[in-house]
Design a protein around this ligand. Structure first.
Ligand SMILES: Nc1ncnc2c1ncn2[C@@H]1O[C@H](COP(=O)(O)OP(=O)(O)OP(=O)(O)O)[C@@H](O)[C@H]1O
Ligand SMILES: [Mg+2]
Length: 231
């Protein structure tokens, strides 16, 4: 489904991601792990077309998307939930979801009711402005906005950052429901337990490179991996 090969990302002369490769099958989930500055965000933002690629190739469902714009990649079926959520704070919940349907062009959008069925809390807050929501509600809205475009692959950048455990547990339960319908996931995380709840396999990044691959459970169980690559 997704094939990333030898991807590099640079900011001027600073190399943030070097020679990064992985594959993801249809409906599969993978976690990209690593500490602050490892290159996780740079890698996924370049895959979804938000950052230029210095080198490498990305194909999705057999099509070369290496040089496609972010808006084209959305229409190919990849949706992204950014680390900082990037909501328009003046838009209400409903307006945010409706605005996202404009990004679909050619794909039929998922209506607000389906998003509300997944995140009932958003329905209760549908006329509230995004800026007045709690952190957890904002994360639900950012995920809901991504799902409006009916993706086959959802990329989540640090879903758990700054959120209380209870909210994270509820968001994970909702994501598991949609996973059951065949949605593939890339989960960027620093928190190994959250990664384990959503993905079996992982790639650990350090200083821009993939340094370890295996199951998330094995990474959690290995003191040397935790000590070498996490805080
Ligand atoms: N806009 C930028 N300009 C220059 N360097 C940047 C920029 N954004 C990131 N970097 C650098 O690229 C490297 C990778 O950063 P990136 O944000 O991809 O890491 P990350 O793994 O997502 O970290 P975090 O867990 O803190 O979000 C770091 O050395 C960072 O300082
Ligand atoms: Mg990041």
């Amino acid at each position: 489904m997704l094939e990333v090969s030898r991807l590099s990302v640079q900011y001027g002369r600073v190399v943030a991601v070097r020679d990064f490769s992985f594959q993801l099958g249809s409906g599969e989930a993978i976690a990209i792990l690593g500490t602050n500055g490892a290159g996780k965000t740079s890698a996924v933002e370049s895959i979804v077309g938000l950052l230029p690629k210095a080198a490498g190739m990305v194909t999705f469902d057999g099509r070369d998307i290496t040089r496609q714009s972010a808006s084209t990649i959305v229409r190919e079926g990849i949706a992204f939930v950014p680390q900082l959520r990037e909501l328009f704070f003046d838009f209400t919940v409903e307006e945010t979801l409706l605005a996202a349907s404009a990004a679909c062009r050619g794909r039929s959008p998922v209506g607000p009711d389906e998003i509300f069925a997944l995140f009932p809390r958003l329905e209760e807050r549908k006329r509230s402005r995004a800026g007045n929501l709690s952190g957890g509600e904002q994360q639900m809205l950012a995920i809901g906005r991504a799902l409006v475009t009916r993706p086959t692959l959802l990329v989540l950048d640090e879903l758990s950052a700054g959120l209380a455990q209870g909210i994270v547990t509820s968001v994970i339960a909702s994501l598991k429901k949609i996973r059951a319908n065949g949605l593939a996931l890339i989960v960027v995380e620093q928190n190994l337990e959250i990664a384990a709840a959503l993905a079996e396999q992982c790639i650990v990044m350090s200083v821009g490179e993939a340094v370890w691959r295996g199951s998330v459970k094995e990474a959690i169980g290995s003191e040397s991996i935790r000590n070498s690559f996490f805080r």
